[in-house]
Design a protein around this ligand. Structure first.
Ligand code: PEP
Ligand code: MN
Length: 342
């Protein structure tokens, strides 16, 4: 349900509506509906509950939501969500460029790469301290020391940082060191993890599961939002198909489809979709062309020595080229990379 307050409702009336919602055993979520203050109600089971809210002073109307995802839906919030995370703004119509190594391997490696991507125009740093690897024998990440390195690199270069959380026990720890928590494709439906990450209240980058539908992806966003996350960005990183010419199949069709029904920003990960350096730029441009709000790109200056995903990492020079051509595509669309200083 969505309780829409009249434009002249008072704080007291809003509080009264929230108290009634909690007396009924439900949760309230503050949202905006056009120019109205509105309260998203979750946990309700049937239509009949409306009558306890409809007659309250200050309540304009109560709307029953038709979709199983509520807080992520345009029914609850018709306008696009816009989030500012340090120097990066998601959802304002421009393109955020997130770049960095797949994994934090050492302080020296991370500082080197961060400096290079920052100089070339990235607005945000990526890097994994906890790596979900297919093989138990592969490099699993540096753990907390890796988070410390990321925090140092972020601070030195003025870039906010996003890093993956792989288990509920370390959600709070990753939140202490970073600006945004990443849920990887393999964990998109790890509901215990989603709840814990939501409870940190940090912005979240939610990667689409490699075989998840749009609706399943939004239900996972709903787990995060109903547990306290207010800023959720979806990431399309390719899905599993019969095609073997790329690591995954980049499904750009999800971008307009998601934007039609959800107010959440969506970005593209062209590195994990392509798996090969040569196709990272084409995947990036396709994503921007389809309306993505940003890109998250693997960059490594010594890809042959990379402990994770070297073949898909762009060199810093190739990252410059990506910035260049992306800027041109953005200009043709009336957008910029990053928000222009006003
Ligand atoms: C990553 O971004 O490092 C990663 C592991 O991505 P994904 O979950 O999309 O495979
Ligand atoms: Mn990777």
């Amino acid at each position: 349900m969505l309780v829409i307050m009249s434009t002249d409702s008072t704080e007291k009336q809003i509080q009264r509506a929230k108290d009634r919602i909690s007396e009924m055993g439900y949760s309230s979520h503050t949202v905006s509906w056009h120019d109205h203050y509105a309260i998203g109600v979750t946990g309700n089971k049937g239509k009949e509950d409306r009558i306890y809210l409809e007659g309250l002073p200050g309540v304009l109307k109560v709307v029953t939501l038709s979709k199983p995802y509520k807080l992520a839906s345009r029914e609850v919030q018709p306008e696009n969500s816009v989030y500012r995370i340090g120097s990066a703004t998601f959802g304002d119509g421009n393109v955020v460029m997130i770049a960095g190594p797949c994994a934090v391997e050492s302080e020296e490696q991370t500082l080197r790469i961060t400096e290079q991507v920052a100089q070339r125009g990235a607005q945000m740093l990526r890097g994994g301290a906890y790596k979900p690897r297919t093989s138990p024998y592969a490099f699993q990440g540096l753990g907390e020391p890796g988070l410390e390195i990321l925090a140092t690199a972020s601070e030195k270069n003025g870039l906010p940082v996003v890093s993956e959380v792989v288990d509920p026990g370390t959600a709070g720890l990753v939140a202490q060191y970073t600006d945004m928590l990443q849920i990887g494709t393999r964990n998109m439906q790890n509901f215990i993890l989603l709840k814990e990450v939501g409870r940190t209240g940090k912005p979240v980058l939610l990667k689409r599961g490699m075989s998840a539908t749009l609706e399943e992806t939004l239900m996972s966003a709903e787990y995060l939002m109903s547990n306290g996350a207010r800023e959720v960005v979806i990431c399309e990183r390719g899905v599993r198909t019969f095609a073997s010419h790329a690591r995954n199949t980049l499904d750009i069709s999800i971008i307009p489809a998601l934007k039609k029904i959800s107010h959440l920003p969506i970005i593209v990960d062209p590195s994990h979709s392509s798996g090969h350096r040569y196709s990272v730029i084409p995947h990036s441009l396709a994503g921007i062309g389809a309306g993505a709000d940003g890109l998250i790109v693997d960059v490594h200056d010594r890809p042959d020595e990379a402990l994770c995903d070297g073949p898909q990492a762009l060199s810093p020079e190739q990252f410059s080229e990506l910035m260049d051509v992306s800027g041109k595509v953005c200009a043709a669309l009336g957008k910029t990379i990053g928000t222009e200083a006003t």
